[in-house]
Design a protein. Sequence first.
Length: 317
Amino acid sequence: MKKVFRIILILLGLLVLLLIGAVSYIHFSGIPHYPTTLPKELVEKRVSLDSASIARGEKIASMLCVQCHMGTDNRLVGKLIPDMPVEFGKVSSYNITQDKEKGIGNWSDGELIYFLKTGIRTQDGSFAPPYMPKYCRMADQDIESIVAWLRSNNRNVQPSKEEQPANQPNLLVKFLCRTMIKPLPYQSGIPFPDTMNAVAYGKYLANDVYGCFGCHSADFKTVNDLEPEKSPGYYGGGNPLINMEGQVVPSQNITPDPESGIGKLTEEEFARLLTSGIRPDKTTFRYPMIPHANLNEREVKAIFAFLKTVPPIKNAY
């Protein structure tokens, strides 16, 4: 009996040592790198810098990039993200101005497109952590418009050498990037949706461009970027978001459930809520949700039409 007990203790000790070794390896090795060759079609890629592309890129960037990357002097030099969920560690956004040393001025158009779609920086193979969105399903036209805006004369993207402190991802982020969260596949030839099909257009905007499902599903850690519909709590809310005071603010249920979601809202009420932040009872929603005033009437109607098709979830947030 004593021999069996001794063997069990030895096995448990070995298991503990293996666990400590694995944790140490993940902690000290950090977020993995992925040596990558830029796809041939992107090597010489040059996006169009016409005014329509730049304007479209500015509109998308105003909702995806500016809030996180806007720093001092009205430029996208990055900043500390105070409302980052605590489980992701201490995070600062990067300088994405046209500066060739501290920003993205030396990136090619193809490298920017590849990074936005996959999360991989082809210069060194580093992988953007989970809090940097990836846009693998965004239409080529829209991805290229973002790059066009980043190349434009807009004040926000003009060169600046301001640099933020290095990110300090914690063990959870490193573990997730070693196990569950991997680079997304590069997909090209994605067409722009038919804007006359309101549901399809709204789904594209909500899922593939603005990523509404990420905040409005159950948790960032379980979001499925490749197949949004498989995200737990898809549009049912409850994701523990953080406001500027560090308080937890669960995201809202925006499925068509009539009691806990948006099932009773009219199209006009939804439009006012989405673009102005004003609820039917005249109260306003709380940060981190912000009004999306840049959305036009057709876009708002399309998003509403799509959300009405999402399976309803009873979730009172």
